[in-house]
Design a protein around this ligand. Structure first.
Ligand SMILES: *Cc1c(COP(=O)(O)O)cnc(C)c1O
Length: 369
């Protein structure tokens, strides 16, 4: 049920908070949920068993270690940095919020590159951060790097997402380096989907070159842990210090720390499903390209989703949900994404259902037209 804020209560709220509504992820009970870029394969059973044992052995009477030192050490070893260069959070979302608490605020400009993850603009607004948008190219949906670098010169914070949500494109090393050099503030490179990109695409190692670069990762997508809430930032120790100063100390609880240690140790076990998702992405992309005659446009993606433009997208979205029990994400009212849906890549049988349903809906409407 949607929560409503009464006029009386709204009048009591801080103006930037009063401008908001409670978050509604638009979930409805369906057979095939491909709306939130989750890993629909779930955890490999052997990993889940080890995770269960770790949870069962975790005492609950003591407060968690605030920065999850044991987990931090594992993440540091994994990425070839020191533990002082790692900050954990209750999902990447909390770290993004902390980033705005620490570096945003009145007079602290965010340079954003829409269409992209809506959370950046939301959190910017919540702490009264002015936003300068440098829109992506309307056709390729890729960032205008020259304009972005120019805008970065006076920014306190720049966010670039690679692979970008929902467009799927990645930033080059050179792009990231240029931004870090131009920006006197912090450059946040959001690599939430990097595990699905070709090897060598990550720019995380540049945190050792640029003290103003912070790279965000999450266990929510490739590591099938969206429900557990664990994200982390790799950055200069001083930037980690700033994040640690504003964060609530106990948001990554003992159970999540224990589970995340197991996942970090077991990361190789996730590779087969990641490879399968990547192969499925290619297959679904090709199939959608083949539906060009039905008015479908699809962009190449390095993430676990595809951005697809279809005729009459709101109706297609609703028909998928109501007739086919398939939920995808409707972006058709987002500026720059008219007609676009975002389809998470799931298991082969889930992807088959989406393709068959889209084919049916669009063939039907092209006959009627
Ligand atoms: C999913 C996502 C995140 C973080 O998700 P959490 O579940 O909060 O870790 C961050 N950035 C982008 C672009 C995402 O799509």
């Amino acid at each position: 049920m949607a929560l409503a804020i009464s006029d009386q209560v709204r009048a009591l709220m801080r103006p930037s908070a009063a401008a908001l509504e409670p978050y509604d992820p638009g979930f409805s009970p369906v057979e095939v949920n491909l709306s939130a870029n989750e890993n629909t394969y779930g955890m490999p059973p052997a990993v889940r068993e080890r995770l269960n044992a770790a949870l069962a052995a975790t005492p609950l009477n003591r407060y968690p270690v605030p920065l999850a030192d044991a987990l931090r050490q594992r993440i540091a070893d994994w990425h070839g940095v020191t533990p002082a260069q790692v900050c954990v959070g209750n999902g990447g979302d909390e770290l993004l919020f902390n980033l705005f608490l620490a570096f945003g605020g009145p007079g602290h400009v965010l340079v954003n590159c829409p269409p992209t993850f809506s959370v950046y603009g939301l959190y910017a607004g919540l702490v009264d951060t002015p936003v300068v948008d440098v829109p992506r190219d309307p056709v390729t949906l890729r960032p205008n790097m020259d304009a972005l670098v120019e805008a970065a010169r006076t920014a306190h914070l720049v966010i670039l997402t690679s692979p970008n949500n929902p467009t799927g494109d990645v930033a080059s090393r050179q792009d990231v380096a240029r931004l870090c050099q131009a920006c006197p503030g912090i450059v946040l490179l959001d690599e939430a989907y990097m595990e699905f990109a070709p090897d060598g695409t990550t720019c995380e190692d540049l945190v050792n070159t640029y003290p103003n670069l912070a790279v965000l990762h999450t266990f929510s997508k490739a590591f099938a842990f969206a429900g557990g809430r664990l994200g982390y930032i790799l950055a200069d120790p001083s930037v980690v210090g700033a994040l640690a100063a504003v964060r609530q100390p106990y948001t990554v609880d003992v159970l999540v720390q224990a589970a995340a240690e197991v996942i970090a140790d077991s990361r190789a076990d996730f590779q087969p499903t990641i490879d399968c998702i990547k192969a499925e992405r290619t297959r679904v992309y090709q199939a959608l390209l083949g539906m060009g005659g039905l008015g479908v446009t699809v962009w190449p993606s390095c993430a676990n989703f595809l951005c697809v433009r279809v005729p009459d997208a709101p109706r297609v979205w609703a028909t998928l949900r109501d007739r086919h029990s398939i939920l995808v994400r409707n972006f058709s009212s987002t500026p720059g994404l008219g007609g676009c849906l975002r389809v998470t890549i799931g298991k082969p049988e889930e992807n088959d259902r989406v393709l068959a349903a889209l084919n049916q809906i669009l063939s039907q409407s092209s006959k009627e037209a």
